[in-house]
Write a new protein. Sequence first.
Length: 185
Amino acid sequence: MNFLDDSKGLSLRPFERDDLALLRDWRNQPDIRLRTREWRPLTLEHQERWFGRITAPEAHDFMFLIEVGRGSDSPSGPVGVVGWTHWQSIDRVAEVSFYIGCPDAQQKGYATRALRLLHAWGWEGLALERAFAEVYASNTASIHLLTGLGYRYEGCLRSHVFRAGRREDSILLGLLREEWRGEVP
């Protein structure tokens, strides 16, 4: 079952237990691990614990598999992950999370399309007033993508993480509902 569709062959759907091996494989790719908070190789057990957390009744994370349908740019099938984490219903804020795990699907605009769907749902379905992101400074592609959607620079956590044998800054970006520049799918 698809949760959201963009009418151009891209859809988002909640994760199922059968997706966890694929997710583990994507998240264990060295280039993905360099850009995410996961610093160690993940096992299926790690993914099972994560799945239990995001499907619990009190969940504050809403994560989706990005799927590309037949008839759109190749490849078809699952290509990545997008979602809201650390959702706070009282404050109406959440952190955006995303990556394209399928190497053949990178640099094809799928993340942008998925983020447009996610934000449209977040503004309406979760009644978000503010979205935020933490992006490592070396991840210029994600910074560019988010600023293109209207996110603004809010600060820098200097020397915040240790990746690839060196300290790295984390860039903080934020977006208010009225600043959203994404087209509604």
